[in-house]
Design a protein around this ligand. Structure first.
Ligand SMILES: CC(=O)SCCNC(=O)CCNC(=O)[C@H](O)C(C)(C)COP(=O)(O)OP(=O)(O)OC[C@H]1O[C@@H](n2cnc3c(N)ncnc32)[C@H](O)[C@@H]1OP(=O)(O)O
Ligand SMILES: CC(C)C(=O)C(=O)O
Length: 505
């Protein structure tokens, strides 16, 4: 079977999604999970873009073993210098450098002639090779390039020492049959192409990123790039979980295997969603909450008779186990720990006690605690012990458009109460918290969704705060009371930075 390398760019292209900025700790947590998932190459960031991203790449390079760590650069020496510096401690460092190759990118963005672009290609790859053996070259907007010119650029990159050549559909313009044809054309016409790996990197502007990536793989690409949950610039990237499961589910037809452990897919998806604050749509392929649910009678009847009637993937394959235990306020630590283990969480000792305490609080308000509740609970439990604690809150609404909130917070042992009036209960709540904590950030986004169904469902609130230094902090909170969930999310975001707004560890 042919081996496909899986290149994850959740921490680079995924982070280019509007509204996401990840700090070092958040990137590290995702990187650890990507290693468990079996990713071959982690693109950890763009070191030249900010000191924070430099630090993230350097930290991941230092700490992650058994996986290649990659940084992105322009075909610019200063970018490559910084990238090489950030990757210095990596076990397997890779520099990913490149330049736009389509007529519009060359003429309108770079203001370079095609020959100048070829020169910059060769120079950048040669320069990167001074620092690392493994250099990947990206031909940005390669799908919209003149194919003959693309051949010329790729030959220059290979001659200069590139080990991987990436042919992105940067703007998601390709159809699968066209993209596959382009990869075949490259394979047939680029000199020494057999000495390097061809990589595919597709965007989802027309909803075809997965199909295009698969077409490129069938045509001979040895590496696929993408992100978890398909997050990324504009309409996003190829969803790696979709490509992986397409190849896995139809492995006899594809004849391709990857080093991915499918059982880690669900946990990875949840982690990325929790940390980035980008929800996974319920109907999303593979990782959506409904992906394995059967709603209508004819389907339910079929599945009860034989799962294969309507199921092409067993949920357990991607780490969503079948549920046999019903959890309620009468359940003990063993049952909770067992279920959490089945869901991929290893909790014991004091951590189990703390989670059990939150579980009982929830179970007292709900008849049954479902898996989605537990996922939310584990996200909430991860808020960290040094957070600002909500001791008490009360809301009074007077008339249609004003509300008064009174809040009592425990700031590391210092208990303070204050109140605020605003044009709605959530605004009043956040204003009362602001009065106590002195928040230097601006509320950029607030969303509330229900975790499970029914009137007892948990409210899952996400808050995004923009700090004066431009950084964005995401906070999550859950509760059966939606106002309490909102307050918890706001406090969770605040607890990630100090009271004065300094970056927390
Ligand atoms: C398709 C992709 O996803 S590419 C990756 C996108 N990622 C990012 O942009 C990361 C975040 N970006 C940044 O932090 C900043 O844009 C930086 C640090 C990279 C550059 O910042 P600045 O130096 O202020 O330049 P700015 O972003 O305004 O403009 C980009 C410049 O790079 C040039 N450029 C763009 N791509 C490339 C490239 N691959 N190689 C060489 N030059 C390039 C542009 O032509 C422009 O040059 P000009 O200033 O001579 O007109
Ligand atoms: C930088 C490259 C790989 C990219 O993200 C794109 O072209 O979409």
């Amino acid at each position: 079977m042919r081996r496909l390398r899986v290149f994850d760019t959740t921490l680079r292209d995924g982070e280019q999604s509007l509204g996401i900025t990840l700090n070092v700790e958040e990137k590290l947590e995702i990187a650890r999970q990507l290693v468990l998932l079996g990713i071959d190459i982690i693109e950890a960031g763009f070191p030249a873009s900010s000191p924070g991203d430099f630090e993230s790449v350097a930290t991941i390079a230092r700490q992650m073993k058994g996986v290649a760590i990659c940084g992105l650069t322009r075909a610019v020496e200063q970018d490559i210098d910084l990238c090489a510096q950030a990757l210095r401690a990596a076990e397997h460092p890779r520099i990913h450098t490149g330049i736009g190759v389509s007529p519009v990118h060359m003429a309108k963005k770079l203001m370079l002639t095609p020959e100048q672009v070829v020169e910059r290609t060769a120079a950048a790859v040669k320069y990167a090779k001074k620092f690392v053996d493994d250099v990947e070259f990206y031909a940005e907007d390669g799908f919209r390039a003149d194919p003959n010119f693309l051949v010329h650029v790729l030959e220059a990159a290979i001659q200069a020492g590139a080990t991987v050549v990436n042919i992105p559909d940067t703007v998601g313009y390709a159809n699968p049959w066209e993209y596959g044809k382009l990869i075949s054309f490259v394979k047939e016409n680029v000199k020494d192409i057999d000495q390097v790996t061809i990589s595919v990197h597709c965007h989802n502007d027309l909803g075809m990123a997965t199909a295009n990536s698969l077409a490129g793989i069938i045509a001979g690409a040895g590496q696929v790039e993408g992100t978890i949950n398909g997050i990324g610039e504009r309409a996003g990237n190829t969803s790696l979980e979709e490509v992986i499961m397409a190849i896995y589910t139809r492995r006899d037809e594809y004849g391709i295997q990857s080093g991915i452990r499918p059982k880690e897919i669900a946990a990875t998806s949840r982690l990325v969603s929790r940390i980035t604050g980008v929800p996974v749509p319920d109907h999303k392929a593979i990782v959506g909450a409904n992906a394995f649910m059967h709603a209508s009678g004819i389907h339910q009847d079929g599945v009860l008779k034989d799962r294969e009637t309507y199921e092409i993937i067993r949920p357990e394959t991607i780490g969503v186990p079948e549920n046999t235990i019903s959890l309620s306020a009468r359940s003990g630590r063993h049952a909770l720990q067992h279920r959490l283990q089945e869901l991929g969480y290893d909790v014991a000792g004091e951590e189990l006690d703390s989670v059990y305490h939150s579980f009982l609080e929830l179970a007292d308000r709900k008849k049954e605690v479902f898996d989605q509740d537990l996922y939310a609970l584990m996200g909430d439990a991860g808020a960290g012990p040094q957070g600002i604690l909500l001791q008490h809150m009360s809301i009074a609404t007077s008339g249609v458009d004003t509300a008064t909130a009174t809040v009592t917070l425990d700031l590391a042992g210092e208990v303070q109460t204050d109140a605020a009036v605003a044009n709605g209960p959530v605004n009043a709540l956040f204003s009362a918290i602001d009065r106590i904590v002195g928040v230097p950030a601006v509320l950029e986004d607030y969303t509330l969704k229900s975790v499970t169904r029914g009137s007892e469902a948990l409210g899952d609130a996400t808050v995004k705060l923009r700090y004066p230094d431009g950084s964005l902090v995401v906070g999550k909170g859950i509760s059966t009371d939606i106002l309490e969930a909102s307050a918890k999310a706001y406090l969770n975001a605040l607890s990630k930075r100090g009271r004065g707004g300094e970056v927390g560890k």
